[in-house]
Design a protein around this ligand. Structure first.
Ligand code: SAM
Length: 216
């Protein structure tokens, strides 16, 4: 037990169950992962609040509810391999690691990549690989994936990511015509050549910067 256990439990009850997150595996993962370890010492007392928090380099760790919602939308099973674009603090990757067999997570900012890598080692998260590169191109080396989570807002859905889904695979991505507001989309690959898209409503993410994202 850490000193944040009660805050974490309240986060799960009020912010997640209270807003309709029902998947027991996701609730268990969010109960387990110590979110306070993924923010700076100065912000630890705020780690379980219902909001994103700054992690440096003008980037954020996403609001807990948004992490839970995106994981739920991915419909992960224990044998899945998931790709996350936008490692940030490493928190969402740690949650994903509780829900599937292997997680590959990509971050474009070297300092955040190194920090997330060391946080994940310190938090003893075993099944996550962290890479520093342009995730708007996906990560072809280990494709195809059962699930892809994009934790930054794209101007359009990158074809590179759609092509790295297995048949039946799911891509959850915020897409919007401005850098500050997006619609959260779930795209399912229904066959080699066809995809189904659902729009789950408005969200606000930092921009996906890269060749298939926004210009820097
Ligand atoms: N999932 C993160 C967490 O749990 O802390 C929060 C992600 S933060 C909202 C978005 C991250 O996406 C930032 O760290 C940003 O640097 C990263 N990012 C933006 N464009 C990227 C790209 N093309 N490839 C990889 N990472 C990118």
């Amino acid at each position: 037990m850490d000193r944040f256990a009660e805050n974490r439990e309240n986060m799960v009850l009020r912010q997640l169950e209270g807003r309709g997150i029902r998947d027991g595996r996701i609730l268990a993962a969010m109960r387990k992962v110590p979110r306070h370890r993924f923010v700076s010492q100065r912000l630890q007392d705020h780690a379980y609040r219902d909001m994103p928090l700054a992690i440096g380099h003008y980037q954020t760790i996403s609001q807990p509810y948004v992490v839970a919602l995106m994981c739920e939308l991915l419909q992960l099973s224990e044998t899945d391999t998931a790709l996350e674009i936008g490692t940030g603090s490493g928190y969402a990757a740690a949650v994903l690691s509780q829900l599937c067999e292997k997680v590959i997570t990509i971050e474009r900012i070297p300092e955040l990549t190194n920090k997330a890598r060391s946080t994940l080692v310190e938090a003893e998260v075993p099944n996550v690989e962290v890479h520093c590169c342009d995730g708007s191109l996906g990560f072809p080396d280990q494709a195809p994936y059962d699930a892809i989570l994009v934790s930054a807002g794209a101007p359009t859905t990158p074809d590179s990511l759609m092509q790295q889904l297995k048949p039946g695979g799911r891509l959850v991505i915020p897409v919007g015509t401005t850098q500050s507001r997006q619609d959260l989309l779930r795209i399912r690959r229904t066959s080699e050549t066809s995809f189904e898209t659902e729009n789950l409503g408005g969200v606000a993410f930092v921009p996906l910067i890269g060749e298939m994202g926004w210009a820097n």
